[in-house]
Design a protein around this ligand. Structure first.
Ligand SMILES: Nc1nc2c(ncn2[C@@H]2O[C@H](COP(=O)(O)OP(=O)(O)OP(=O)(O)O)[C@@H](O)[C@H]2O)c(=O)[nH]1
Length: 271
C-alpha cells in the first residue's frame, strides 16, 4: 500500500515538473528526459526495496536516484546552484560505485552459500552411499549379505555354472569354548579363505555360519577345497560342510539354494 502511494507520489511530482516545463519556455528536452529517468529509477527502487537485503545496494541505488533528481532540478533553476551542480554527478558516481560494491558482496555471499550447499550435498551423498553399503553388506566379514545375494542371484547364475553352499561344523562349540569374539574371528577367517579362493563379489554370508559362493569350478576336488578353506580354522576344531549345485538363471533363487543346502546337509552327515 505504502509502495503504491510512494510510486504515485513520484509520478505526480514528475507530472507537475512536466507541466511546469510545458508552461515555461527555456527548459530543454534534455531535462524532460532526465525527469523520466529519475521517475523510472525511483519507481524501481521503491518496488525492489523490500527484497533488497544488501545495504550498499540500497544506499547506492538511492544515491543514484538522488543524483538523477539533482540533474532534473538544475535544469529548472535559472541560476546555477553550486551545491546542486557539484552534487549531482558525485552522487550518481558514489551511487554507481556502491551498487557495484553491493553486487560484489551479494555474489560473494551467494558463492559461500553455493559452497556450503555443495558440502551438504557431498555429505548427503556419502551418507546415502554408506546406507546403501550397510544394507547390502555383512558388518563382520564385509561380505555381501543375504539381500545382496538375492539381488544379484540371477545375474551371477548366468555368469557362473556352480553354486557352493557352506555351513561351518562345530561352530557353536568354538563359540562356547573360546568365546563369542573368537567365534567372530572364525567367521572372518573363513570369509577371508573364501574370498582368497573365489572372486570377492561372488561370495556372500547368508547369516550365522552359512555362506555361499558362485564359481565356474566344478565340485570334483571338494576335499582339497575343504582343506584349503578350513586350514585356518583347525586350531578351533571347526570344519565346514559343502553343498554344490548347478546354477539355473531361470529358477527362483530359493529353489537353487534349497538344492545346495540339501547337498550340504548330505555332506554334513559324512562324519
Ligand atoms: N560369534 C558369533 N556367533 C554367531 C554369529 N551368528 C550366529 N552365531 C552363532 O552360531 C551358532 C550356529 O549354531 P549351529 O548352526 O548349531 O552351529 P554348529 O555348531 O556349527 O552346528 P551345525 O551347523 O549343525 O554343524 C549359534 O550358536 C549362533 O549363536 C556371529 O555373528 N558371531
Amino acid at each position: 500500500m505504502i509502495q503504491k502511494f510512494v510510486i504515485a507520489f513520484i509520478w505526480s511530482i514528475g507530472a507537475l515538473f512536466l507541466l511546469w516545463t510545458l508552461l515555461h519556455d527555456g527548459i530543454g528536452l534534455e531535462t524532460i528526459e532526465e525527469l523520466l529517468w529519475f521517475c523510472l529509477s525511483a519507481t524501481t527502487i521503491v518496488i525492489a526495496a523490500p527484497q533488497l537485503n544488501s545495504k550498499p545496494l540500497f544506499y547506492g541505488w538511492s544515491f543514484y536516484c538522488l543524483g538523477l533528481l539533482l540533474d532534473v532540478l538544475d535544469g529548472y533553476f535559472e541560476f546555477a546552484l553550486v551545491p546542486i551542480l557539484l552534487l549531482d554527478t558525485s552522487l550518481k558516481s558514489i551511487g554507481f560505485i556502491l551498487v557495484c560494491y553491493g553486487m560484489l558482496l551479494l555474489l560473494a555471499s551467494k558463492k559461500a552459500t553455493i559452497a556450503k550447499l555443495n558440502l551438504e550435498i557431498a555429505a548427503k551423498q556419502q551418507l546415502e552411499e554408506k546406507l546403501r553399503y550397510d544394507a547390502h553388506h555383512d558388518p563382520l566379514t564385509k561380505l555381501g549379505n543375504r539381500k545382496a545375494c538375492f539381488d544379484r542371484f540371477a545375474q551371477l547364475s548366468e555368469q557362473y555354472s556352480w553354486l557352493y553352499y557352506f555351513d561351518l561344523d562345530n561352530f557353536k562349540h568354538a563359540n562356547d569354548e573360546y568365546g563369542h569374539h573368537v567365534g567372530d574371528n572364525v567367521l572372518t577367517l573363513f570369509a577371508n579363505a573364501l574370498t582368497a579362493h573365489f572372486q570377492h563379489d561372488t561370495v556372500f554370508r547368508l547369516g550365522g555360519d552359512e555362506f555361499v559362493a558362485f564359481s565356474n569350478e566344478g565340485p570334483e576336488q571338494l576335499t582339497d577345497l575343504r582343506t584349503n578353506l578350513t586350514t585356518p580354522l583347525k586350531q578351533y576344531q571347526v570344519d565346514t560342510s559343502i553343498g554344490a549345485t548347478k546354477t539355473d538363471a531361470k529358477q527362483a533363487p530359493d529353489k537353487i539354494l534349497c538344492q545346495a543346502d540339501a547337498k550340504m546337509y548330505r555332506d554334513k552327515s559324512r562324519h
